[in-house]
Design a protein around this ligand. Sequence first.
Ligand SMILES: C[S@@+](CC[C@H](N)C(=O)[O-])C[C@H]1O[C@@H](n2cnc3c(N)ncnc32)[C@H](O)[C@@H]1O
Length: 243
Amino acid sequence: MGKNKIARFKENETFELLHQPAFMDLYKGDFSLKGRWHKESFGNENPIVLELGCGRGEYTVELAKRFPGKNFIGIDVKGARLWRGAKTATVEKLKNVSFIRTRVDVVTSIFAEGEVSELWITFPDPQPARARKRLCAPLFLNRYSKLLTKNGTVHLKTDSQMLHEYAKAVLAKNNLTYVFASNDVHAGGASKGSVLEIQTAYEKIFVDRGFPITYLQFHLPQRTALVEPEGFTFDMHVPKARR
Ligand SMILES: C[S@@+](CC[C@H](N)C(=O)[O-])C[C@H]1O[C@@H](n2cnc3c(N)ncnc32)[C@H](O)[C@@H]1O
């Protein structure tokens, strides 16, 4: 392991806003803050917004600055990436930010029913060969539906046109509609002034290469049991760069 990574892991242990529970503890039981995030972590009743697979937590940190009346929690399994978001939020003394180092798979051990208002899934791995691993697959959406408030909002931002189409197919298969969909959020400066102008580390790479970025927003019913769309073929279609 590189020196940089070791130093970041060490510093991670000093960040009060970063939680690093053992995976097996969450697999077998509940996290100590489950059902208590509002009172014990944030000291308020403001809505809680999650960023799943947050990497360096750009959305978590930037949204927290823009919306001081909401609480933001980024989740990722990679400690060295989380370090960036945790460091920025600590240095900038953001009181409405937390990070959790764990797998999204155990999210129902971390949050109680109705504890979360919104979710951002930012540039998830498209997992072309393994539908069950996609963070927007029915398996995951069903988990999220257990912790979201009534008609909680899901935001999916991705460079993968196929993942975008897959998510729309999941909604259609389960008779759900979307609030908003775009195949190219930054086209002609369309994202300027909206939260879609925030760019993650992965997003910047694709934007710099001229690839379009997609966005899908939808509401998820509570305690739902969504199923996979039949016959959806996830090919390795690579979109053309705009320039
Ligand atoms: C392509 S990166 C995107 C990171 C960040 N959202 C961005 O846009 O820069 C995907 C991230 O999802 C995380 N990830 C993938 N599957 C995960 C899971 N099941 N639980 C937690 N994190 C996961 C990876 O560790 C990685 O940081």
